[in-house]
Each structure stands twice: as structure tokens, then as C-alpha cells.
Design a protein around this ligand. Structure first.
Ligand code: GCB
Length: 582
């Protein structure tokens, strides 16, 4: 079912700093509802007396078979799975309720904004359904204007994390399907006509480009001003269309560069509204098989990450988790992070901006997508909008990745081309990539001719020589080439090891085995002329139902360079030592 009643806006972070955001984070009441009893009546149709009405018995005789006030408490933001033992593997429907009190009469417009809710979410205010959203990692907002008179209000979410074949992602993922309101929820107040999205970035030719979108009665007439106080810049720009500013108009602007991130506070104003975003300016190009930032070829010394917190095997949320995880990446010597396999928290990308780390941002188009289903494509496009519109102001974001390990075929290529076209429409300044699936070559040479190659700027290659296939001793001699004369990034490689498990380098699951695979891969990658970087799999062990081996995996993918609690394995230093030499 397509999304309805939702809208997108990009500046919750900056509006929060300006004081026009009220957090709804904290304790919410929750009811587990595996049979959707709160939604479906006796006849099998949606019932108007569903639990979203938040009814209370009015007489002694009244039969109401639920009670939010006496139900379990869940913290938001947070996945539900790690908050109560009975929810650990739960993927069905769960109801959330937050009561809040409005004290002032309404002025302007109010939205409830969700950082992300996995996977589908119906939003109800005071018993009325206002919106439906599908997609577990993108932000969305629902307008509440006209509904918030002073007094108490009940905000209810019906969230369903059930995997289905038509979803994005679909049935099988090698990560845990954490359910629930796992990112912040807030009430955002804006004026009648407000800025929904303000974008400023540097394009491949060093021009500053952007677009400001407004919504409201005066949106069409709105004139916008861009102010960068630190540079003494004030410029008028039109709204609702692309504009270009010569770099010279910004005066003595210092470039944002990996490792040397300069950010400027840029204020976008229209009559009655303004947002301020930290913006960095840098060029990003591909020259043959090089990735070039600000005119210099940059080798991407990367690491992949899941959005899992630094301890406790739970969904990551907020600035503290982002800071810890990205500090670990920097301890490794990384200048690049692959934020796999879906859109990460806004705080993560903002933190990468501040730390000068380049980012690969990714859509959850992963194994087993229903390529020919138009609703699946429609939802993938909605998720594309959410990904790009939220973060296209962030200098750190260098690559938009449209897919991971999808099997070549015409339907797949058509689907992914639609996503690529949409990304380019929203942001033609960054590089587009996809992590391609490669199978072991016939011998030591692998030539990539995936039909998606012509449509991306950078070829991502996931390969697991020395782990799923291939002889470790052959790895240093492997050769990689493609039809496309484009940069290749080894977007995945790695091996599993249980932290603290030691033995010989030939003994699987030991730290020594993992480190030996890294040694061999490093020897190989150092000699690949087309390779512009790597993001080995993965920074930290992460939860996944696919990994069952007792005593070793226990529900975790063990390819982390650190354990799920952050203990470093030997391979951490193997990779760090190589990165220090580059
Ligand atoms: C892959 C997938 C990744 C898995 C990894 C693994 O190719 O892209 O999601 O977790 O392999 O560990 O097998």
C-alpha cells in the first residue's frame, strides 16, 4: 500500500536547535497485538472501535478489553526487541501510545515527525487515522494542524514489523529486523508558510547549487535569502527551482575535505521562517578509475557499519551512539564509512560531517526484492526521496547506493534504473553506486560486466575470498577489472571471528584466521589499479537471526573488527596498520 498522509521535511535537527521542536521521546505505553485484534473486527474488516480509540470503560458494566494505561512501557527511541524478553523475536503488530498536553492555543502549523519507524506505521490522533507510512528507516511527518486545541491528546501508532515478499527490504536480510519507533519522535511547529527543504552543496564543477522548497499559502511567492555570516555572504535566490551560485560569490570559502572538515552555518530564510544548516563545500568527481575530492584523488580507507549501538545489540539512536561508532572508525584510520544497508540516523551523518568522514548512504534494496511489483517500486522510490532529501545538504555524503547484492536480470536493472533516475533528479552532484554481487571467478581474474555498470558512477564489489569461497593463499594474486573504466570499491570483504577466541590462522572463527584473511586481502587490494577504496565488512559484530552457531555466533554475525561490546580483535590492528601507511 502506498504511503498516504505523510510529508517530508528535512530540517528537524536545526529546528530543534531553534526551539520549535517538542520531543515526544521517553516512555510510551505499548500493547502487543499479533492478531491485529485492535484493528480488525469480527467480520475481518477494519473496525471503527479499534484500540486507536483509546477507550476507557464509562460504566461498571463496560467491556473494554485493552487498557493502554496498564500496559507495558517502551522507550522511544528504541527497538522493541531489546526492551522486553517477550519481544525479542517479535515481528508482528504492536500499538504505541503517547499522551501529551497542549497548553497554548494553536498558532501556525504543527507536525509530528518520526525519525524512523520499522516497518509500517498507521498514525492516529485522538482516535482518528491520519496517515500510513511504509519503510523502516526513512523520516516522515504527519500534519496535526487544526487538531491540537489546548488539553490532553492521545497519539497512537499501529506498527507492524512483519516481513513480507513485497517489502523493501523483503523476507531475508542478514541483520536483525528490529521493530518499532527506533528513532526520535517530535512535535514540530512551523509558520503557515515554511521551508520544507533547503539544499546547498557544491557540484562537480565547483559551482554552488541548491534548491529551497516551501509549503503553505505564500509558498509560490516566497523569496529566499541565504546568509553565511562567517563569510559575510548574503544572497537572494528563488524558491521552488534549482539555482546556481559561482564559488567566487562565497568569497574566501575554505573547502570541506576528508580529515579537514570546514563547515559553515548557512541560514536559509523566507518571510516568516528560517532554518540554519551546517554546510561544507567540496567537489566530488570521478576521473577514470579515481575518486577525486577537491581536485585530489582520494583513496577511500573505509569500514562498513550497521546502525547498531556500541553495546547491547540494539538499534543505534542519537548523537552519543554516532560519536562512539565513528570514533572507532577513526581509530581504525578510516576516512570513509559505508552506512549499510539502509538509511542511518540523521545524527550519524551529521557526526560524519563534523569529523570529516566520507559517507556511503544506502537504500535497503537487498536480497530477494519483488522487481516486477509496481507497489514495491513505488515504495522504493518513496524511500529514495527520504534518503536523499534528508541528507543532500551534508558534505560528507559522497555516494548514494541504490542496492546491495542483487542478481543481474532485466527486471532488476529496470527497477534499479528507476531509482537511479530519481536520485539524479533530486541530487545530481554526488556519485551513485551499488554493491554488486560477484561470484568466484574461473581462476584468479574476475571481470565485472554487470548490466548495471553503465548506470552507476562507482562499482561496488562485495567479495568473500578466503571466507565463503576461494583459497586464502590465492587472494594476493587475484585481479579485478571491469567493462566500465570506473572506480571499483571493495564494498565488502571479511571473515568471522569470535573475540577472545585464539588459535592458529588456519582455525576458523579465531581472531588469527580473520587477521590472516585481512592480510591476504590487503596484499591483493594494494595492487589493483582500478580500486579506489574499500569498506570491509564490518566494524562491529551485529545481531542477525541467520547466525546460529552456539558458543561462537549466538545470533551475531562475527565479521566485526570489534565484538558487539567493542572489544578489538586482531584484524582491527591489521587494517589500522595498513591504513596508517596510506
Ligand atoms: C554480504 C551481505 C551482508 C552480509 C555479509 C555476510 O554479502 O551484503 O549483508 O552480512 O555478506 O556476512 O555474509
Amino acid at each position: 500500500m502506498p504511503n498516504h498522509g505523510t510529508s517530508l521535511f528535512a530540517h528537524v535537527g536545526s529546528r530543534s536547535a531553534a526551539g520549535s521542536v517538542a520531543s515526544l521521546d521517553g516512555p510510551w505505553r505499548a500493547i502487543i497485538d499479533p492478531y491485529q485484534t485492535g484493528y480488525i473486527g469480527l467480520t475481518g474488516e477494519p473496525t471503527p472501535r479499534g484500540w486507536f480509540r483509546d477507550f476507557k470503560p464509562r460504566t461498571e458494566r463496560d467491556r473494554i478489553e485493552y487498557d493502554f494505561d496498564r500496559s507495558m512501557v517502551l522507550q522511544v527511541p528504541g527497538d522493541w526487541n531489546t526492551q522486553h524478553p517477550e519481544l525479542h523475536y517479535y515481528e508482528g503488530t504492536l500499538w504505541y501510545r503517547k499522551k501529551f498536553t497542549v497548553s497554548d492555543p494553536e498558532a501556525g502549523r504543527t507536525f509530528v515527525h518520526f525519525g524512523a519507524v520499522n516497518h509500517t506505521c498507521r498514525v492516529y490522533l485522538d482516535g482518528e487515522e491520519l496517515a500510513f507510512h511504509q519503510g523502516g528507516f526513512g523520516p516522515f511527518a504527519v500534519e496535526l494542524t487544526g487538531r491540537l486545541s489546548p488539553g490532553d491528546h492521545s497519539l497512537i501508532l499501529m506498527v507492524d514489523a512483519m516481513r513480507t515478499p513485497d517489502r523493501v527490504p523483503a523476507m531475508r536480510t542478514d541483520w536483525f529486523n528490529f521493530g518499532g519507533a527506533h528513532r526520535s519522535v517530535s512535535l514540530v511547529r512551523v509558520p503557515d508558510t515554511f521551508i520544507t527543504s533547503a539544499w546547498l552543496t557544491m557540484d562537480r564543477d565547483g559551482r554552488v547549487v541548491g534548491q529551497i522548497e516551501c509549503d503553505g499559502p505564500n509558498a509560490d511567492a516566497a523569496e529566499a535569502t541565504i546568509t553565511i555570516a562567517e563569510l559575510g555572504v548574503q544572497l537572494s535566490v528563488p524558491t521552488g527551482q534549482r539555482f546556481t551560485i559561482a564559488e567566487e560569490a562565497l568569497g574566501d570559502v575554505e573547502r570541506w575535505h576528508p580529515g579537514r572538515p570546514t563547515l559553515y552555518d548557512v541560514t536559509f530564510s523566507i518571510d516568516g521562517d528560517q532554518v540554519t544548516e551546517p554546510v561544507g563545500f567540496r567537489t566530488l568527481e570521478v576521473h577514470g578509475t579515481d575518486i577525486v575530492v577537491n581536485g585530489e584523488p582520494v583513496f577511500l580507507k573505509g569500514i562498513s557499519l550497521h546502525a547498531e549501538g556500541p553495546s547491547g545489540g540494539r538499534r543505534a539512536a542519537g548523537p552519543d551512539d554516532a560519536a562512539t561508532l565513528l570514533q572507532w572508525a577513526q581509530d581504525l584510520g578510516a576516512n570513509f564509512v559505508r552506512l549499510g544497508h539502509y538509511q542511518h540516523d540523521e545524527a550519524m551523518v551529521a557526526e560524519a560531517d563534523r569529523r570529516g568522514l566520507l559517507v556511503w548512504a544506502e537504500l535497503p534494496v537487498y536480497w530477494g526484492i519483488d522487481w516486477t511489483n509496481p507497489e514495491t517500486l513505488e515504495n522504493a522510490l518513496e524511500q529514495t526521496d527520504e534518503l536523499v532529501l534528508r541528507d543532500r545538504c551534508r558534505a560528507s555524503v559522497a555516494l548514494w547506493s541504490v542496492a546491495n547484492e542483487t542478481l543481474p536480470g532485466e527486471d532488476r536493472t529496470n527497477f534499479l534504473r528507476s531509482l537511479i533516475d530519481r536520485v539524479r533528479e533530486l541530487d545530481d552532484t554526488r556519485l551513485i553506486t551499488a554493491a554488486l554481487f560477484t561470484l568466484p571467478g574461473q581462476g584468479i581474474e574476475t571481470h565485472i560486466d554487470d548490466p548495471l555498470g553503465p548506470f552507476v558512477d562507482v562499482i561496488g564489489v562485495n567479495q568473500y575470498y578466503g571466507w565463503y569461497y576461494g583459497d586464502r593463499d590465492d587472494i594476493p594474486n587475484l585481479k579485478w577489472s571491469s567493462d566500465f573504466n570506473k572506480p571499483i570499491i571493495f564494498s565488502e570483504l571479511g571473515a568471522g571471528a569470535k573475540a577472545g577466541h585464539h588459535g592458529s590462522p588456519t582455525q576458523i572463527w579465531t581472531e588469527e584466521f580473520q587477521a590472516a584473511v585481512y592480510d591476504a586481502q590487503i596484499a591483493m587490494i594494494a595492487n589493483q589499479p582500478d580500486c579506489a577504496g574499500l569498506s570491509p565488512w564490518i566494524l562491529k559484530d551485529f545481531r542477525t537471526p541467520l547466525r546460529a552457531l552456539p558458543g561462537i555466533q549466538d545470533g551475531y554475525n562475527r565479521k566485526g573488527l570489534v565484538s558487539e561490546e567493542g572489544e578489538r580483535k586482531l584484524a582491527f590492528e591489521t587494517l589500522a596498520a595498513w591504513y596508517r601507511t596510506l
